[in-house]
Design a protein around this ligand. Structure first.
Ligand SMILES: [Zn+2]
Length: 383
């Protein structure tokens, strides 16, 4: 009898505690919203990189930057590859986390800066190298800052950061002189190696303080869908700022470091702001001019892109892209999927409320049961 009463009292004490812990779970930020990427640190990296001077392939500044990147990536598996192309010595740098785990998610950025400011208004300066704060340093800065947080994510797949050389040294008359480092990488990759890469996400010119991004082609449609979903998710679910920097209607063509990966059948996209500066036209504005300086880049813009990549890693957005890339995905609108995510969230909250409800009913039944038993026992002269 006393044990029965003790059990009821214990349950009555536990039940409110359970409902409190249930309520706390409900207020926790959804998976993929608790983000650590620091746009200010990325912005500091842009300042550091431009302070080295132009990172022209084969230059001392280029080598200094590679050494700095490597020193920032302790614990990562680091390799380099050297390629002699068009009279230049190119060095690609690769850093891998979880080496050997497979299903690689690859993030890429070019670390070279253009040797000629040949789109500058001032023709007498067309031969001078540019700072490349946005065109070069911004992508590298995002990758380095992202790398600080990857070790604590407990990911079960490989992540490779690919710092490409010789992206930006071509002339405008042909495609031949561009993306040389990425091309050399693609040419030396076996099909088996290519097939082990789940996704390839290039970030280029993403630091513009007047950030305006849209989709680009060539590019994998599933990967773009995931990216658009993520951008809306960060805005509407995480409430981490408006998504209006992304134009969901616009698609620009761009020949960039993602092309060799795309041609190898790897799901690849290029996240790039092709309109650098306020009201800039496509590949106009500060692009390849002496105005591509650190003051045109902002921590806020770098942070937006960093959040997309970081949140995507936390929610698995960049994995299993090949599995569902059968063409049908293109028919699916991203908005209903976002609604689904919200519904799932509400469902999980409903579930915990239901468990608490059942526990309370059990408690009440036990109290009543004990009372009935007490009365019954009293009538029999017990108790
Ligand atoms: Zn460029």
């Amino acid at each position: 009898m006393r044990m029965g009463i003790a059990l009821v009292l214990a349950l009555l004490v536990i039940a409110p505690t359970l409902s409190i812990s249930g309520a706390q779970e409900g207020t926790e930020a959804p998976l993929g919203c608790q983000l650590s990427f620091d746009g200010n640190l990325a912005n500091e990296s842009v300042g550091f990189q431009t302070s080295l001077g132009p990172r022209i392939p084969g230059s001392a500044a280029s080598s200094e930057l590679r050494e700095s990147i490597k020193s920032n990536l302790t614990g990562w598996h680091i390799t380099e590859s050297t390629h002699h192309v068009n009279g230049m010595v190119l060095t690609n740098l690769y850093a891998t986390w979880n080496k050997g785990a497979g299903s690689t998610v690859m993030f890429a950025a070019h670390y070279d800066s253009r040797s000629a400011g040949d789109k500058d208004w001032n023709e007498s300066r067309h031969d001078e190298p540019i700072d490349g704060a946005n065109d070069g340093a911004s992508g590298v800065a995002v990758l380095i800052e992202l790398a600080r947080h990857i070790p604590s994510m407990n990911l079960s797949h490989e992540v490779t950061l690919f710092f490409t050389d010789g992206e930006d040294q071509g002339d405008y008359n042909s495609q031949a002189g561009w993306i040389l480092g990425a091309k050399a990488w693609g040419e030396n990759l076996t099909q088996e190696e290519a097939d082990s890469i789940e996704s390839f996400i290039l970030v280029d010119m993403i630091g513009d303080s007047d950030l305006t991004i849209g989709k680009t082609y060539p590019g994998n449609s599933s990967l773009w869908d995931r990216t658009e979903e993520k951008i809306l998710f960060l805005d509407e679910v995480c409430e981490l700022g408006p998504s209006n920097y992304f134009d969901f209607e616009r698609t620009d063509g761009i020949y960039d470091d993602h092309v060799p990966a795309h041609e190898l059948g790897i799901p690849a996209i290029d996240i790039i702001d092709t309109r650098y500066g306020e009201n800039a036209s496509y590949l106009g504005g500060h692009w390849h001019t002496h105005n591509d300086t650190a003051d045109k880049v902002s921590a806020e813009s770098l942070g937006k892109i960093g959040f997309i990549l970081e949140s995507g890693l936390l929610t698995g957005s960049w994995s299993n892209v090949r599995v569902i890339d059968d063409g049908e995905i293109e028919e699916i609108d991203f908005e209903p999927e976002l609604v689904e995510e919200n519904e799932e969230l509400e469902e999980s909250q409903d579930d915990s409320e239901m468990v608490i409800g059942i526990l309370l009913v059990v408690c009440i039944l036990l109290v009543w049961g004990n009372l009935v038993w007490l009365i019954f026992a009293d009538n029999r002269g017990e108790g």
